[in-house]
Design a protein around this ligand. Structure first.
Ligand code: RB5
Length: 144
């Protein structure tokens, strides 16, 4: 069975964290689809959110990770796409509940707010936690 592909994208503020999360994905045996940015040169986060939403839409990736300074701008931009449920997470609990209750398909992280170890914990938990379904199914369905 081929490895699951996780799309990952960031703006300049998230570039370094994206690189380390990409390595964490690959160390876990997953395929990372890196959609940029490729340096710390200033770029606009909506462009990278749109790229990642496109990769989920056309099936190049099943889930995604977005990083900007706070995680907020890039999540707002991604959530303008109806098939995206991007959750800004700051800790293990928000990452776990974003999967259990919201069936989040995109983890959004703020590189200026969380350190690399907390970000990696969020990523591990995001990847490992299944949607709880049940009463949450109806609520999530209302969003799409
Ligand atoms: C870029 O300076 C910063 O505004 C961006 O990374 C993000 O934090 C926006 O929400």
């Amino acid at each position: 069975m081929p490895a699951e592909t996780i799309a990952i994208a960031a703006d300049h503020a998230g570039f370094e964290l994206k690189e380390s999360l990409k390595a964490a994905l690959e160390a876990r045996g997953l395929t990372a689809l890196d959609l940029g940015t490729a340096s710390k040169d200033s770029v606009d986060y909506p462009d990278f959110a749109d790229r990642l939403a496109g990769a989920l839409k056309d099936g190049r990736a099943t889930r995604g990770v977005l990083v900007c300074g706070t995680g907020i701008g890039i999540a707002i931009a991604a959530n303008r796409h109806r098939h995206v449920r991007a959750a800004v997470c700051h800790d293990a609990t928000s990452a776990r509940l974003s999967r259990l209750h919201n069936n989040a398909n995109v983890l959004a992280l703020g590189a200026r707010l969380v350190g690399p170890e907390v970000a990696k914990d969020c990523l591990e938990i995001f990847l490992a936690t299944a949607f709880e379904g049940g009463r949450h199914e109806r609520r999530v369905a209302k969003m799409s």
